[in-house]
Design a binder for this molecule. Structure first.
Ligand code: PGA
Length: 253
């Protein structure tokens, strides 16, 4: 269940990591445990490390997956993983619709919505990513792109308790370039307005991702309407990731 009163910081390890990385994390995360009353921390390793990472659950950290198949049943789908399997590995969150999946695996909004439903059917939280490309932005299409992605990739099963929306401008991912504070503010405000569901008292959690580091995490997380962070490259170093948690959460009310 998404905790409305807390920030959320998610590590996306992508196609990185061996057992040594997990061991380093287990040690470092103990140092920032004191911030876990203000933020939930979720680590999304490759599938191969989910079992090993379960050790970290004792420290109050959550584990998540980076993708899933949309089919609920077991079956002949070589190389795929369904949400039942992820649930068995104690995942509470699943990232879906990341731009790298959209671009390199041709995932479209319809498929992402189906994956979202599969995540919800297993009682997990879907972290649904949206983000415009540089060319969308250059053409003045950034807002239209985001609106379309939201409309089409949020499944009908989505609600603020089982879904987190991640805004990740594609041009900011892994580039060291981030949008200005006012650009993030405006886009999050826009997303908030589009997805607000008046049937729910609480609002969806909106998180930002794209070149978040220890030195910009606090300024981004302090933006109104930014409820958390999705971190790729900087989440691979346990020290840097702990600094992100500390720097951004320490002064948050
Ligand atoms: P980055 O990646 O932090 O390396 O920019 C973010 C993401 O892709 O989720």
């Amino acid at each position: 269940m998404v905790k409305m009163d807390k920030k959320i910081i998610i590590a996306n390890w992508k196609m990185h990591g061996t057992h040594e990385l997990v061991n380093g994390f287990i040690l470092n995360m103990k140092k920032v445990k004191k911030y876990f009353d203000k933020c939930d921390v979720v680590i999304c390793p490759p599938f191969t490390l989910l079992y090993k990472l379960q050790e970290i659950l004792h420290d109050g950290i959550f584990i998540g997956a980076q993708d899933c198949h949309f089919i609920l049943d077991f079956g002949a789908y070589t190389g795929d993983i369904n949400t039942k399997m992820l649930k068995t590995e104690k995942c509470s969150h699943v990232i879906i619709g990341h731009s790298e999946r959209r671009n390199y695996h041709n995932e479209n909004n319809e498929m992402i919505a189906k994956k979202g439903t599969a995540v919800h059917q297993e009682g997990m939280i879907a972290v649904i990513c949206v983000g415009e490309s540089q060319s969308d932005r250059d053409k003045g299409e950034a807002y239209n792109t985001i609106e379309k992605q939201l409309k089409e990739s949020l499944p009908v099963t989505a609600n603020p308790v089982n879904t987190v929306i991640a805004y990740e401008p594609v041009w900011a991912i892994g580039t060291g370039v981030t949008p200005s504070i006012s650009d993030i503010t405006d886009m999050h405000k826009f997303i908030r307005a589009k997805i607000n569901n008046i049937a729910f008292e609480k609002k969806y959690k909106l998180i930002y991702g794209g070149s978040v580091k220890a030195d910009n995490a606090y300024s981004i997380l302090s933006i109104n309407d930014v409820d958390g962070l999705l971190i790729g490259g900087a989440s691979l170093k346990a020290e840097e990731f702990s600094k992100i948690i500390e720097n951004s959460i320490k002064n948050i009310e």
